[in-house]
Design a protein around this ligand. Structure first.
Ligand code: SF4
Length: 423
């Protein structure tokens, strides 16, 4: 099996470099000829060894949290079935600037299915829910076709026998709400209700879907699992640039010549992504800022372009890798307008069950729109600064923190622009 990293010369617009040898679409025979199925065979023989490889590989949650995957795995594996256990494959990707999971689902559906089945065997889960944003119609179609072939193959009988109970795979379109991607919100949707985030504890590992132990992992996280299971932790670690391990799918967009999804070593410098793979800026101007991890994150400026894009290096700069979305804006682009647009997104996406979030995001959005259209006052700016101090941690989930983090970071780097935009 070829390594999953690929050479990345400057590429044409929308060229996508994924886990290359598994880009066979919903074609089971081609997936088998590319080495597909070997990881399932290994997991059926020794599920505990898979958990150990994932721990040694230092695989992180690639949906944005960066939380060590093995910790969640061990927590679910340690629980007894009540009477079963669930694995939710989180494909609710909906954040502006993030478009990596949809490509994995469309172009490597069997790799995602194999990663989920190997994970289910490793933690003892008997129900796997592929929970996918309903707007990703091509992803849903590819998964539907791939699951049909899976169910007609020998795998369901073999994996159920290895697990000791029927291993069911279910395709479940999500609600279409951004907040549905929050992990406790996904539990609500799977149980048939609107995806309102739940309070924690209890954590899903102890009490998730219908009270059963539930593991929730992002699509990209699980797509790495078959490779780790077969090639081993040392191979996977060596793909990354330390302290990063493995590879990362970066979604590059904004003012770049070649936007797209790029699979690169975890820890690739931001400058390399923008100028080598993204072809530089479309406008020909110098970069002014980059929204790292999409809007629910922080801004980096032109002075930060040499930062390594891994969870720890970005955190050391006060930023987040998040989903790996990098939205580039160039000199001459107004920050206020861009931040106002994203805050409108947060206000629209708030589920409304926490007053601080419902009112806070709506107020931030309204005041930013006012400032952006030249109607803002110094008092509006002060109110926004006060909200940045008051709101973090006041909601049940991280949406409110993301909304504040973005504005706080924009104030930190570009406060003068907000002052200049006042009436
Ligand atoms: S913080 Fe906002 S999005 Fe999260 S649960 Fe509360 S109201 Fe809903």
């Amino acid at each position: 099996m070829e390594p999953l990293i690929v050479e990345t010369p400057p590429v044409g617009a929308s060229q996508v470099l994924l886990h290359a040898e598994r880009r066979v679409g919903a074609d089971m025979e081609r997936w088998r000829s590319a080495g597909g199925g070997a990881a399932v065979a290994r997991a059926m023989q020794d599920p505990a060894a898979i958990r150990e490889e994932v721990r040694l590989a230092e695989l992180r949650g690639l949906g944005g949290s960066g939380f060590p995957a093995w910790r969640k795995w061990e927590a679910v594996a340690a629980e007894a079935p009540k009477p079963g256990k669930y694995l939710i494959v989180n494909g609710n990707e909906d954040e502006p600037g993030t478009f990596k999971d949809r490509l994995l689902l469309e172009e490597t559906p069997f790799q995602v299915i194999e990663g989920a089945v190997v994970t289910a065997l490793a933690v003892g889960a008997n129900r796997v829910m592929f929970y996918i944003n309903p707007d990703l119609t091509r992803s849903l179609a590819a998964m539907k076709a791939a699951l049909k072939q899976w169910h007609s193959s020998e795998f369901p009988v073999q994996t159920s026998a290895a697990l000791g109970m029927p291993l069911e795979l279910v395709l479940l379109p999500g609600s279409g709400h951004y907040i549905g991607g929050e992990e406790t919100a996904s539990l609500e949707w799977v149980e048939g209700r609107f995806p309102f985030p739940r309070g924690k504890p209890p954590y899903p590992a102890q009490s998730g879907v219908h009270g059963c132990p539930t593991l929730i992992n992002n699509v990209e996280t699980l797509a790495n699992v078959p490779h780790i299971a077969v090639q081993g932790a040392a191979w996977f670690r060596a793909l990354g640039k330390a302290p990063g391990t493995g590879t990362k799918l970066y979604s590059l967009s904004g003012d770049v010549l070649y936007p797209g999804v790029f699979e690169l070593p975890m820890g690739t410098p931001l400058r390399e992504l923008i100028f080598t793979h993204g072809g530089g800026l479309l406008s020909g101007k110098p970069p002014k800022a980059v929204f790292t991890g999409g809007p629910s994150s922080t801004l980096l400026t032109a002075a930060d372009l040499d930062v390594a894009m891994d969870f720890d290096s970005l955190r050391a700069r006060g930023a987040n890798l998040g989903t790996g979305a990098m939205i580039v804006i160039s000199e001459g682009t107004g920050i206020v307008k861009r931040v106002a647009e994203y805050e409108r997104f947060f206000a629209h996406s708030s589920c409304g069950q926490c007053n601080s979030c419902k009112v806070g995001t709506a107020t931030m959005s309204r005041l930013l729109d006012r400032i952006d259209t030249g109607r803002g006052t110094a008092a509006d700016l002060t109110t926004l600064e006060n909200l940045c101090a008051m709101l973090p941690g006041s909601g049940r989930c991280h949406l409110i923190n993301g909304a504040v983090q973005l504005l706080d970071s924009a104030f930190h780097h570009f406060h003068d622009e907000f002052k200049q935009a006042l009436r």
